[in-house]
Design a protein around this ligand. Structure first.
Ligand code: SF4
Ligand code: SF4
Length: 320
């Protein structure tokens, strides 16, 4: 894989600073039941990296001392971490809203038949990858049979009350473009998804469109095809200043499976420490007060967050 990190620095991306921290996004490790070709962390069944119990305790301690409101769990498949349910229970007891970045097929594993009920019982917000509503496209990107297993997982969630009127159980789907384009308008694509998935008797709340970042495997593919500079130009030309105050790193802190912190998941993938740190900082050594108004470590990939309708872990930043 070609390393494109050195092509993203220096940058003319405007300086940004942290605001109030309310979300901790935690990567529990790289174990996954799937092995998608585009996976940015190369997750799969044979990976062994998983957050230790000591680091899980560091996470819970930080949640308390930073008064975190939302815990956003990623992986791999976060549900396959042996202490996933323990962590969800402990965070929920502390009054924290938990989000689960779910690949949907994990719900169909023989030892996860009670997962949907567990998530519902703890009011976990599910954010699920479904890169298309067409079987062929999903199976091509994520593996044979993944589309049908994903529908099975979605129906299990619907049966538990997810995306049903007045249940309060939120189920959002995530879309990102297959190639070097910006995502289409979120609202229009959401309407298409809703109509198509209704024909499979599947409901969801919102579709979140994400912009592909020119880093890791996608950046490497762009570079191999000679498209890297063109894609960066596309992102920069589509810069919308009104998205800048809403970029997710202003309110979020990203934690890797070993407990090191970054301004966002993309910076984590690039191994970019917090600004003004020569080395990565561990969560246990971080004083939340030191984050206040701290400058954020930016590079050229940040234009992916501000292009067009904007992009974040919560989807588009603006309606246009
Ligand atoms: S489901 Fe997600 S984490 Fe798992 S291999 Fe695919 S992209 Fe990676
Ligand atoms: S890439 Fe990360 S640091 Fe850059 S603007 Fe987006 S969220 Fe912030």
């Amino acid at each position: 894989m070609r390393d494109t990190a050195d092509r993203l620095l220096p940058t003319d991306f405007p300086p940004i600073h942290r605001a109030a921290l309310h979300t901790l996004q935690v990567n529990l490790g790289y174990v996954c039941n799937q092995q998608c070709q585009h996976c940015h962390v190369n997750a799969g069944p044979h990976r062994t990296e998983q957050m230790s119990r000591t680091t899980l305790d560091d996470v819970l301690a930080f949640i308390r001392r930073a008064n975190i409101r939302t815990l956003d769990l990623t992986g791999g498949a976060p549900e396959l971490h042996p202490q996933f349910r323990e962590l969800v229970q402990a965070a929920t007891q502390q009054g924290v809203q938990v989000q689960d970045r779910c690949n949907l097929t994990v719900l169909t594993l023989p030892d996860q038949t009670d997962l949907a009920a567990f998530l519902a019982a703890h009011q976990v917000q599910v954010i699920a990858s479904l890169p298309c509503y067409l079987e062929q496209n999903v199976d091509q990107q994520r593996g044979k049979g993944v589309f049908n297993d994903s529908l099975t997982g979605l129906r299990q969630l619907n049966q538990q009350g997810y995306a049903q009127p007045d249940s309060g159980l939120q189920l959002d789907l995530v879309y990102n473009p297959q190639g070097a384009q910006l995502p289409p308008p979120q609202a229009a694509l959401e309407a298409d998804y809703r109509a198509q998935l209704a024909s499979y008797d599947v409901q969801f709340n919102h579709l979140l469109t994400l912009t592909n970042m020119p880093i890791q495997r996608f950046g490497s593919v762009l570079a191999a095809h000679g498209e890297f500079d063109n894609y960066l130009t596309l992102l920069k030309k589509a810069y919308q200043a009104e998205n800048l105050p809403a970029v997710m790193c202003r309110h979020l802190l990203s934690v890797d499976w070993q407990g090191y912190v970054y301004d966002c998941d993309f910076n984590q993938m690039m191994n970019m420490p917090l600004r003004n740190q020569t080395q990565r900082l561990h969560l246990r050594d971080l004083n939340p007060a030191d984050l206040h108004q701290r400058p954020i470590a930016v590079a050229e990939h940040c234009y992916g967050c501000t292009a067009g309708q904007g992009s974040s872990c919560g989807g588009a930043l603006s309606a246009s």
